[in-house]
Ligand binder design. Structure first.
Ligand code: UGA
Length: 439
């Protein structure tokens, strides 16, 4: 099979590379010449564990190509994936201009039957718009080439993207013809060896599935953050409550960890977009509106604890921040809770010394030189009034607390991810603040 993947962002690059990995001939297209030049040199636009090696292996094997030339790449393709960005517009709705421009480009260039698949997260009804762009472009050329559109939402997580793609829980494909179903079944066959299913459905349902999945996960997180905050007030321990409810298979153990709010490029954007889609169609997503406002408030919870501990006197204080990315194993700073916390500390006249294993370069785009960036976690602690754990990178999980205590001015830790044992820290003489857990 031969496929093209348009857009070399997170989803596009992982998709293209993983298809190449199972032996399919893949061309990844991007309009950004610099990105393509870098990819030819093995420089990736994103950080994702294992991806660099996989890209280089498949490029060497001659199965993975990078190009800016959509016209050339689309020739003789069986499947063309559209995986370009859908940035949120001012009003929270997904902006489809890139998706539709690519659809037009495909229509202007295709030379044989092809399934044109939306892989980007796109609102219900987008596949129909993609179909129209293709129809119009083909009509303009006077070309009678058959095609199908399909919707194939992606469920991969940053930091675990390759594993999620190669061993998916399920593959969801929205189709409207048997021919498209046959092509997509053939394409995905190598990924179904672990017994997980490919679920075919109509196109609007596939489009909705993506938003429903992310919104459900965001709901679980906001719900648990609400419960954690109430646990603090009532003297309960959210870790116990989490275990207590998670053992019920109907609830499940995953995505019920409280923290300082969800971030990243997906949950915030998709929750907003679904609220917007509903309101445009005369319906109010009441639960999701609450999910969003709980999340906004939760991003401030750690700062509030800091402020309370120091009696509101934060001017001139120095804080060490461990972790900047919105979650571990990524350099993605989009909607990261660290930004909210740090901005609030700076606004109070505090100084911040931060350390993150991979996200410091990214963080500089928004924080610049308003904070200092440490060479390692311990350098960040020197003379700081407290440590704030903001992202739960594995390397922060068991530091030498003796060293931490010596480097800090005062033994105070604010843990936004509940990664330490309150009893251990108490015994070592630390003031330890975390989320919804008795300390
Ligand atoms: C999310 C979904 O998990 C993927 O299935 C989906 O494909 C992806 O969005 C997408 O739409 O592209 P991702 O944003 O990479 O993936 O990150 P997650 O691991 O889901 O974490 C999202 C946020 O939730 C993080 O800020 C994390 O700290 C937070 N979180 C997660 C919690 O606060 N508690 C939890 O129990 C789990």
């Amino acid at each position: 099979m031969k496929i093209a993947v348009v857009g070399t962002g997170y989803v596009g690059l992982v998709t293209g590379t993983c298809f190449a990995e199972v032996g399919i001939d893949v061309t990844c297209i991007d309009i950004d010449q610099k990105k393509i030049d870098n990819l030819h040199k093995g420089i990736l636009p994103i950080y994702e564990p294992g991806l660099e090696e996989m890209v280089s292996r498949n490029v060497s094997a001659g199965r993975l190509h990078f190009s800016t030339n959509l016209k050339e790449a689309i020739q003789d393709c069986d499947v063309a994936f559209i995986a370009v960005g859908t940035p949120p517009g001012e009003d929270g709705s997904a902006d489809l201009k890139y998706v539709l421009a690519v659809a037009r480009g495909i229509g202007e260039s295709m030379n044989n039957y092809c399934v044109v698949v939306t892989k980007s997260t796109v609102p219900v009804g987008t596949a129909a718009k993609v179909r129209k762009e293709l129809d119009d472009a083909l009509a303009k050329r006077g070309a009678a080439i058959e095609f199908d559109v399909a919707s194939n939402p992606e469920f991969l997580k940053e930091g675990a993207a390759i594993d999620d793609f190669l061993k998916p829980d399920r593959i969801v494909v929205g189709i409207s013809s048997e021919r498209a179903e046959e092509v997509m079944s053939r394409l995905y066959k190598p990924f179904l060896l672990n017994g997980h299913p490919i679920i075919f459905m109509d196109i609007p349902s596939a489009e909705m599935t993506k938003y429903a999945a992310n919104s459900m996960l965001a709901t679980k997180i906001s719900f648990m953050n609400d419960i954690a905050n109430l646990c603090e007030i009532m003297g309960a321990d959210v870790n116990m409550v989490r275990k207590g409810i998670g053992s019920d298979a109907r609830i499940g153990t995953k995505f019920i960890y409280p923290g300082i709010g969800y971030g990243g490029s997906c949950f915030p954007k998709d929750v907003k977009a679904l609220i917007k889609t509903a309101s445009e169609n005369g319906y109010e997503m009441q639960v999701l509106k609450a999910v969003e406002s709980v999340n906004d408030a939760q991003k401030e919870v750690l700062f509030d604890k800091v402020s309370k501990h120091f009696g509101g006197e934060l001017a001139g204080k120095k804080f060490a921040v461990w972790g900047l990315s919105f979650k571990p194993k990524t350099d993605d700073m989009r909607e990261a809770p660290s930004l909210v916390i740090i901005e609030k500390l700076l606004a109070e006249g505090s100084t911040v010394s931060a350390y993150d294993p991979v996200a410091m370069e990214e963080a500089k785009h928004s924080l610049g030189d308003r904070i200092t960036y440490a060479k390692d976690p311990f350098e960040a602690l020197v003379d700081a009034d407290a440590l704030l754990v903001v992202t739960e990178w594995p390397e922060f999980r068991s530091p030498s607390f003796e060293v931490v205590g010596k480097l800090l001015k005062d033994k105070v830790i604010f843990d936004g991810r509940n990664i330490y044992d309150p009893a251990e820290l108490r015994a070592l003489g630390f003031a330890y603040h975390c989320i919804g857990v008795k300390t």
